[in-house]
Design a protein around this ligand. Structure first.
Ligand SMILES: [Fe+2]
Length: 145
């Protein structure tokens, strides 16, 4: 799979470069291709997997949006919670449905845990969750809906 990285905000796009970054609106020339970005992280720090691979739960009975068939993607980084310290923290979690970006949770290091919930309108296909650690790079998980 082709992977393109926004040089401005770190957002990843799969398969093709968008006209503008959907997160920071940078122009398409800011994207650089690196198809092995996830492989690089896991090879650099193989022992770090348990704290970095996003743990994803699909909840098909959402309590927050009961008026529509809302499905929740609940994410924590990772199975063992990643530290959130000024020098070492999870900067964001991006969520994709069928390889198309649908939303981001951004974090500050001191006030929150590296966890998020995305409320899907349409519960079909494949979910990909990408997280970025300021030291250990990019990690991802996939889940079927
Ligand atoms: Fe880390």
């Amino acid at each position: 799979m082709k992977i393109f990285i926004c040089d401005v905000c770190g957002h990843l796009e799969f398969n093709a470069i968008p006209d503008k970054c959907p997160v920071c609106f940078a122009e398409k020339d800011k994207f650089v291709q690196n198809d092995s970005i996830f492989k690089e992280s896991s090879e650099k720090s193989p022992e770090a997997e348990i704290k970095h691979v996003p743990a994803v739960t699909v909840n098909k009975q959402c309590g927050l949006v009961p008026e529509s068939p809302c499905v929740d993607i609940i994410v924590r980084v990772g199975k063992t919670m990643h530290p959130m310290e000024e020098k070492h923290f999870i900067t964001f979690v991006d969520c994709y449905q069928n390889d198309a970006y649908i939303g981001r949770a951004m974090f500050t290091p001191l006030g929150v845990y590296p966890a998020a919930c995305f409320h899907l309108k349409n519960a079909k296909g494949k979910i990909t969750v990408v997280e970025n650690c300021n030291i250990h790079g990019y990690w991802k998980s996939e889940a079927a809906l």
